[in-house]
Design a protein around this ligand. Structure first.
Ligand SMILES: Cc1cc2nc3c(=O)[nH]c(=O)nc-3n(C[C@H](O)[C@H](O)[C@H](O)COP(=O)(O)OP(=O)(O)OC[C@H]3O[C@@H](n4cnc5c(N)ncnc54)[C@H](O)[C@@H]3O)c2cc1C
Length: 520
């Protein structure tokens, strides 16, 4: 039988297995005459005190070697090539994990995506970065793996109630992700590793008989009968299926418009908008680890900041240590930024979305566009950012201290953002509630993390795609749409997830709801 022990360890001993073994023996009074088998099962960093320590949880046994962890059994593959077909629209985390669950339940997923496969997508990302050419169907948000593929690949969710997080992580490991994601408190994969993981999952799905259709943009859908949904794609292809999972992500504004034309119930929901702040990673390390010298042992540090006043709520979002700011627009004529990192997180920059919650119900003059108020608000800010510039994807930016002091920056700091930055009065350009929310937030962050407000950091506009501005209504139990009962809105775009893991878990949840509906 194995037991669990928690250990606090100085960073310099983190790779010293012999030392750790001795420590376990000492703490648990295990004589050196008996065997000791142990394995790390949880790892986090405690930087609350001056001396930073690793907080580790080990499983150990003195009786028998610990059973090897096997992630390959997590996904229960079976041949579904001749089974009933279910359409999945969108090959992002929600769509992919829904497809895997469909297979486990004996259905054959047909996965449609407007974008390209992970490899072909790379060329379009290069064109965005280097030539400011945005392909409306293939970009940082659209294509195989969805918005999660070329991201930081941070894999945590704020809610443990959403589903079996461990299952999702094990499936990712079985498909090529580092095993570390199973033990780290804040796991991440990195955008150099994610595409291969996504490709391996495709192979698993296809080996079971599932099928992928890239360059298939859903343009119309009709509930023909209780048991038949007609889907029509931009390339003229149409198909009747028993059911469809709609997992098109938060950027597919055309899908919201389509559903609106069909009079399908949706509701406006709060979302967040702001900027990306970029500091030197060294500053963040020194601040979080209380060290003047760079550490070669500790990983690049991250931060999480939040401020709520009577009027505004601002918070850091999707912080990417050692990362890059990327252009995440999905159409020409807009500037949208986001962050990503490679698995080693070794760029000299630390970027984070700093956003202000926008609640349509609380904003005056916001109701003008009805259901799409938030969406139009997002669009306008993205367009304003573009129109300020020179027609490329160079993004409006300001030194952080200048923004707080409402001063135009004459020059900017070096940046990881490849299309480049243009100095801009973001303190005037951003909508008033966002400006003031950010000002308040930054001042509070500067108190919590001294040095945060600095001329050595830039803020870059605009971080506008943090979450969906619209929720597609669905039944709580079955997860289907009340008007189109065989349509299952899913993932971030439907308003039920925010991030890779929660989207994946929602994909699983929707299939569970669908199975209950079939059994009804
Ligand atoms: C640069 C970047 C970095 C990010 N970093 C992280 C991170 O580190 N950690 C994290 O948790 N989250 C991160 N996110 C957010 C995360 O990627 C999303 O929350 C997640 O991908 C949402 O999953 P989804 O499956 O619901 O939708 P998406 O991933 O958006 O997938 C939707 C899919 O639907 C397809 N689609 C859209 N419209 C149509 C249509 N009409 N017909 C057919 N297909 C369509 C798209 O091509 C896309 O593949 C990041 C996002 C970006 C852009």
């Amino acid at each position: 039988m194995s037991e669990i022990i928690d250990i606090r360890l100085a960073p310099e001993f983190i790779s010293d297995r012999e030392y750790i073994g001795r420590l376990i023996r000492q703490k648990q009074s295990i004589s050196t005459d008996v065997a000791l088998y142990f394995r790390l099962i949880k790892r986090s960093i405690d930087a609350r005190q001056k001396k930073v320590v690793y907080q580790l949880r080990y499983e150990y046994s003195t009786e028998e070697a610990l059973v090897e962890l096997n992630c390959h059994n997590e996904f229960k593959a079976q041949d579904v090539s001749q089974s009933r077909e279910i359409a999945v629209i969108g090959a992002g985390p929600a769509g992919i994990f829904a497809a895997l669950r469909l297979i486990e339940n004996g259905y054959k997923p047909l996965i449609f995506d407007r974008g390209k496969d992970v490899q072909a997508r790379r060329r379009d990302l290069r064109a965005i970065q280097q030539e400011s050419i945005v392909n409306t169907e293939s970009n940082y948000c659209y294509g195989e793996g969805g918005a999660g593929t070329y991201s930081d690949g941070k894999l945590y969710t704020r809610s443990t109630k959403r589903g079996d997080l461990n299952r999702v992580l094990k499936i990712l490991v079985a498909h090529g992700a580092q095993e570390d994601i199973l033990i780290d408190a804040h796991p991440h994969i990195g955008s150099n590793k994610l595409p291969q993981v996504i490709k391996n999952i495709r192979t698993s799905i296809e080996d079971c008989g599932g099928r992928y259709f890239f360059d298939h943009k859903l343009e119309d859908l009709d509930q023909v009968s209780r048991d038949s949904l007609k889907l029509t794609f931009g390339n003229g292809f149409s198909i009747h299926v028993k059911s469809a999972i709609l997992a098109t992500g938060h950027s597919a504004r055309d899908i919201y418009r389509l559903l609106d034309r069909k009079n399908l119930a949706m509701e406006a929901k709060p979302f967040a908008l702001g900027v990306r702040a970029e500091h030197d990673q060294q500053f963040v390390n020194q601040s979080q680890y209380h060290q003047n010298q760079p550490s070669t042992i500790l990983p690049p540090a991250s931060y999480s900041l939040k401020h709520t006043s009577n009027t505004h709520s601002s918070f850091s979002f999707c912080m990417c240590p050692g990362g890059l700011i990327v252009p995440a627009a999905t159409s020409p004529g807009e500037i949208v930024v986001n962050g990503m990192s490679l698995s080693r997180r070794d760029s000299p920059y630390a970027n984070s979305g700093i956003v202000v919650t926008v609640d349509p119900s609380k904003m005056k003059d916001f109701g003008h566009y009805g259901l799409f108020s938030s969406l139009e608000f997002q669009k306008k800010v993205e367009r304003d950012m573009f129109e300020f510039g020179d027609g490329s994807l160079a993004a409006p930016a300001q030194r952080l201290s200048d923004f707080v002091n409402r001063k135009v920056s004459t020059t900017l700091n070096p940046t990881s953002y490849i299309p480049g930055l243009i100095t801009a009065p973001l303190h005037e350009m951003l909508p008033e509630n966002i400006q003031t929310g950010l000002q308040e937030g930054f001042k509070a962050f500067g108190r919590k993390m001294p040095g945060y407000i600095t001329e050595n950091a830039n803020i870059v506009g605009v971080e506008s795609r943090t979450s969906a501005p619209v929720r597609i209504v669905r039944n709580n139990k079955f997860c289907n749409h009340p008007q189109y009962p065989t349509l299952y809105p899913c993932g971030e775009g439907a308003g039920y997830a925010g991030g890779i893991i929660s989207a994946a878990l929602d994909g699983e949840r929707v299939v569970h709801g669908m199975m209950q509906y079939f059994d009804k």
